[in-house]
Design a protein around this ligand. Structure first.
Ligand code: SF4
Ligand code: SF4
Length: 369
């Protein structure tokens, strides 16, 4: 059967989990309708790869950052390659297929990427030069700097805080029986908890589908919520979402700006002062993010302020903008620079003992300065 061949191909190429769902089962939401990427979509194949426990352990205990970052970059590339193999297999059989991107692929990020990225590069270079006391800007450079500040900093103050993916790989994975959604909103798998990365392949052939997992591997320990420096999760408040006919109870979320400020590395702290994420940066003028709707504009301003500072904080914003507009596919694996993701990495699913150990590693390993 073609479904068995696809699964065998995925597993032999390095996937740890694979499943298939119908496109119709997830087309009810904007962010999960596969027809956006491939009109006429009939089926979607979900593939997942797990992280190495050793690399995650070093990351959570703030012993070493690089092993997990390198692995995250390599897994992303591997998932793209496995998906390409499945795509080619389907195309050879005469069907259309689409190999999705694993991350940094949003419906509401424009496509004028190259100009925005190169203009931001010029601006940051000029800001760094202006701050260097050993050199002086020419009159022409001063004029360019002034006009680029107006143009780019204004744009950064409008950074969208609610990014809509081209395809929600989590929805695909739930419908395809790869995992279920946990309290954190992440996909939780039976064997690897939330410590997986996902990709999907959309196709126009109608395939026999898998069924969603009956049991949700989330133990409801809520240590994901306690591991969130950003404060994305509204304390003890919940909401029900429906994916492919499955009802999932997840933590109600505050404004996404709370995650963006921390997960993007703009600050390594917000809620808790005894420990930090891997980001060495902190807020300049407040202790914590505002607890009202001004949070979005506060975080948008943080992007502009970081660029104005130049140096490492400006480079952090540049990296985010470059990834958002140009994607990560052509970048070196070791360039992956996540600084948080603790709500995902803490979670060993129904192995509550292990999740507790992971949580203790996070909160007992101090701050990155
Ligand atoms: S950390 Fe606990 S509550 Fe959160 S998703 Fe994982 S198992 Fe569920
Ligand atoms: S990535 Fe970090 S800041 Fe964002 S929701 Fe998860 S734990 Fe919170």
């Amino acid at each position: 059967m073609i479904e068995d061949e696809i699964k065998k191909l995925a597993l032999e190429a390095g996937a740890d989990l694979v499943g298939i769902c119908s496109a119709d089962s997830i087309k009810d939401k904007d962010f999960s309708d596969p027809n956006f990427l491939l009109p006429g979509a009939q089926s979607v194949i979900s593939i997942a790869m797990k992280f190495s426990d050793e690399a995650v352990k070093k990351y959570l205990s703030k012993e070493e950052h690089k092993p997990l970052m390198l692995e995250e970059g390599l897994i992303t590339k591997k998932l793209k390659k496995i998906a390409e193999k499945i795509k080619l297999f389907l195309e050879e059989k005469g069907f259309e297929a689409y190999n999705c991107d694993c991350n940094y692929d949003y419906r509401n990020i424009g496509t004028k990427g190259k100009i925005i990225v190169s203009t931001l590069r010029t601006l940051i270079d000029l800001i760094n030069k202006e701050r260097d006391e050993s050199v002086e800007l020419t009159e022409r450079e001063k004029k360019t700097l002034s006009s680029l500040k107006k143009l780019m900093l204004g744009g950064l103050r409008k950074t969208p805080m609610n990014l809509v993916p081209s395809l929600s790989h989590r929805c695909v994975a739930v419908a395809a029986g790869v995992g279920r959604i946990g309290w954190s909103g992440n996909l939780i798998t039976e064997n690897y908890g939330a410590r997986v990365l996902l990709n999907s392949i959309i196709t126009t052939v109608k395939l026999k589908t898998d069924t969603p997992l009956e049991e949700n591997p989330c133990s409801n320990c809520k240590l994901c919520e306690k591991s969130c420096q950003g404060g994305l999760f509204a304390k003890d408040d919940e909401e029900i979402i429906n994916i492919a006919g499955i009802e999932e109870t997840i933590a109600k979320r505050n404004n996404y700006a709370y995650c963006i400020a921390v997960c993007s590395g703009m600050s390594g702290q917000n809620k808790f002062k005894e420990w930090s994420t891997w980001s060495p940066f902190r807020f300049d003028d407040i202790e914590r993010l505002p607890l009202d709707d001004t949070v979005a504009s506060y975080v948008q301003n943080m992007f502009a302020k970081a660029v104005e500072k130049g140096g490492d904080e400006a480079e952090n914003v540049y990296r985010l903008v470059e990834n958002s507009f140009l994607g990560r596919n052509d970048k070196a694996a070791e360039d992956f620079r996540a600084s948080c993701g603790f709500c995902q990495m803490v979670c060993s699913g129904h192995n509550s003992k292990k999740t507790k150990e992971n949580y203790n590693s996070i909160v007992n390993s101090g701050c990155i300065e």
